[in-house]
Structures are given as structure tokens and as C-alpha cells.
Design a protein around this ligand. Structure first.
Ligand SMILES: [Fe+2]
Length: 203
């Protein structure tokens, strides 16, 4: 099922049951299930992703496949920046907090399938997306274009950083929260213009 926030240059295909699906051209596969998913000879753990081509998925369970005719290796190939900044919602429209007014961050529409909500984000190069520590869902992020960081902090202050996770195309970070959805202070920080997929699980 093609998700509603897909763009012509970036498709997000939600598979209720990934078994038997083939990936011919390169695609980022994210395992949304609680068990492992086999991509050809390789195994993706729950909520793990990677960039593949020319493989067949052979295990049951839900997955998302991200495809682009542009490929995922070169940010230079990404030409839709200005159009997205007009089309998608600025973060301050979604969360009208004073400190987000000048933040270079935009969000696509969000779609929910069962207990999983998904959307794309675009951040301009060098954007501090804001340190926060509250969500009522389990969140993960899958990098699609560009490079950025998911970072954890002891306090709500950038100089208290204690973990810095580099986000590169095809990579999904592990959940940051405990089973009862307690999060450390954390943020996304973009080095280059970035697009990523956000996935929120109701638990
Ligand atoms: Fe977060």
C-alpha cells in the first residue's frame, strides 16, 4: 500500500506482510515487525533497516519499503527542496512554540495504519530540531537523504551531550525510550539538508 504522503520522487510502500515481495531497484527496507525479517540472505532485526537491491523478502511481518528513482547516495540529486518547504507544514505550524519559529524543519502529512503512524521530515542543513524528552509513543527515525545526528543529553542543554548517533541513508536508530515510554533528553541535528522517515508505534 502506497502511503498517502509519498512523493513522486520518494515512495513509501507499506507492506502488511512482507513475505514474497521483491526489491529490484535500490530501496530502504525497514522491518516494522516484532520479529526478524529476512531480506535475501540477510536478516533485519525488529525495527532495523538497510539499503538493499535485487533481493526477495522471505519472512512474515510488516515492513516499509522506501524507493526513489534518484537513488539514495547523493544529496546533490535531491532537487525537491524548495517545493517541499512550500508543500509540507513548518514545524511551528504543528507545534506553536516560540523556540521553533525559526527552525528549518518541515513535516509531510502523517498516515496511521493500525498502531503505526508514519511521515517524512525535511530539515535544512545545520538545523537543531529541538531538545525534548516527551512522547506518548515509541519513535524511531530512518534516514533517507543527507547526514544528521540523533543525540542524547543529560539535561535540556546541548553541552550535556552523552551519545551522538550518526544518521546516514538507510539507517534507523534503536528506540531511545524505556518500556514505559520514558525518554532521555534528545534531538535530531542535521549536518546537510536531510529527509528522514519518522515512525511512531502506539504501545
Ligand atoms: Fe523525539
Amino acid at each position: 500500500m502506497l502511503l498517502s504522503f509519498s512523493e513522486t520522487f520518494l515512495e513509501a510502500d507499506f507492506l502488511e506482510n512482507a513475505a514474497g515481495s521483491s526489491i529490484q531497484q535500490s530501496g530502504i527496507i525497514l522491518n516494522l515487525g516484532t520479529g526478524s525479517l529476512n531480506a535475501g540472505q540477510e536478516e533485519l532485526a525488529s525495527r532495523e533497516s538497510s539499503l538493499f537491491r535485487d533481493i526477495t523478502l522471505t519472512a512474515n511481518g510488516p515492513a516499509i519499503v522506501l524507493r526513489s528513482a534518484l537513488g539514495f547516495s547523493a544529496l546533490d540529486s535531491y532537487r525537491e527542496r524548495d517545493a517541499l518547504m512550500k508543500k509540507w507544514k513548518h514545524v511551528h505550524e504543528i507545534f506553536p512554540l516560540p523556540h521553533l519559529k525559526n527552525t528549518g524543519l518541515w513535516r509531510s502529512e502523517k498516515q496511521t495504519v493500525g498502531k503505526i503512524s508514519m511521515n517524512f521530515w525535511f530539515a535544512a542543513a545545520g538545523t537543531d530540531c529541538g531538545i525534548h524528552n516527551e512522547h506518548d509513543f515509541l519513535e524511531i527515525h530512518t534516514q533517507i537523504w543527507g547526514t544528521g545526528h540523533m543525540q542524547k543529553f543529560h539535561q535540556r542543554s546541548a553541552d550535556t551531550l552523552y551519545q551522538d548517533i550518526l544518521m546516514t541513508p538507510g539507517f534507523t536508530h534503536k528506540p531511545f525510550c524505556s518500556d514505559d515510554l520514558r525518554y532521555p533528553w534528545h534531538r535530531y541535528y542535521s549536518d546537510t539538508d536531510c529527509i528522514w522517515l519518522a515512525v511512531e508505534f502506539t504501545v
